[in-house]
Design a protein around this ligand. Structure first.
Ligand code: UDP
Ligand code: MG
Length: 312
């Protein structure tokens, strides 16, 4: 590869052997048709099928524009993208999924917006083709994100996105202590925009995301961008403490005016509730400090590249 390409396409691959041949036959013509210099970087994220073999063969047939990063194990979609971000050569970086849910034919649509000066173009899925469960789950997740962080994103799950190199470099420099790339990119961009992109059914295979992984990912997202859960806990426990304090006063007055009830049992409750809420506020406060410490000490998640398959 002589001169630096203008566009870098980044594709994470995890057990996509059934999709890769069709992906190759669709994405290369689209990129060739642009008439601009490009490279496509595939990260093999520890696939157990023969994805790596297919990627090797594709490299052999298009060594000028193909690069493959081969991880030794599975580190997850976002780490796969990060590894490619650290190695991109293009001025514009495009990410998409390998399963053809993001049609490669939509890439030019994103590039038009980058060309008119946007440094971050997020795709959102019009006609989403996922199961009802996934669609509803995303809607809930999008809502939670909107109310706990200041990130504006119509569709956080859509990976068809374009970034300027400056934004990508900023993501890499940030140490990737956070795994949610589209949200990170949003915080670094100065002129972001969004565009509707087509969404297709997964060509073959099943989604690699279980409910558990989705919950984990979103927990990362919320804890990574805000301390809202901790603060919520502190607020709720302070409200409890206030109410128990009132209850204690009511019970104390009642005892003075009407005399002890049930052998003083309720008075005991009053004291108990109050002490419990003091403990809860204490835990909340400790949590606030732990949260701040956590923000400072979070360190980068590592991955290991077994082999780089690229032209010198
Ligand atoms: N992927 C990956 N590592 C993983 C899981 C997924 O590189 O551990 C890739 C996968 O090959 C695909 C993309 O990330 O290119 C999106 O994965 P998937 O289609 O399973 O997710 P969904 O479309 O259900 O969100
Ligand atoms: Mg998919």
């Amino acid at each position: 590869m002589s001169a630096a390409p203008e566009i870098s396409v980044v594709i994470p691959v995890f057990n996509e052997a059934l999709n890769l041949p069709l992906l190759f036959s669709r994405i290369y013509p689209v990129m060739d048709g642009l008439g601009r210099g490009y490279e496509i970087i595939f990260t093999n994220d520890g696939s157990a099928d023969n994805s790596l073999e297919l990627l090797r063969r594709q490299f052999a047939s298009r060594p000028d524009v193909t690069r493959v990063i081969d991880f030794n194990a599975n580190y997850g979609q976002h780490m796969a993208i990060m590894a490619a971000f650290e190695r991109v050569r293009g001025r514009i970086v495009v990410t998409l999924d390998a399963d053809l849910q993001n049609p490669p034919e939509e890439i030019p649509k994103l590039l038009v917006l980058v060309d008119i000066g946007h440094d971050y173009v997020g795709g959102f899925r019009i006609n989403r083709k996922d199961s009802l469960f996934r669609t509803v789950a995303s809607r809930v997740i999008n809502g939670v994100r909107r109310s706990t962080t200041s990130i504006v994103m119509t569709d956080q799950g859509c990976m068809l996105r374009a970034y300027s190199r400056a934004v990508v470099d900023a993501i890499v420099r940030s140490g990737a202590n956070n795994t949610f790339i589209p949200a990170l990119a949003y915080t670094f961009s100065s002129n972001p925009t969004e565009v509707g992109v087509r969404h297709e059914e997964r060509n073959a295979g099943v989604s690699n995301y279980s409910l558990y992984m989705l919950v984990r990912l979103n927990f990362d997202l919320i804890t990574g961008f805000s301390l809202a859960p901790l603060q919520l806990f502190t607020m709720v426990s302070m409200a409890c403490a206030g109410m128990s304090f009132l209850l204690m006063i009511v019970l104390a007055l009642r005892r003075l005016i009407l005399g002890p009830e049930e052998g003083g049992l309720f008075t005991l409750f009053g004291i108990l509730f109050f002490l419990i809420s003091v403990t809860m506020v204490g835990i909340g406060l400790i949590g606030e400090y732990v949260g701040r410490t956590y923000q400072v000490v979070r360190v980068r998640q590592r991955y290991f590249v077994r082999e780089m398959i690229e032209s010198p």
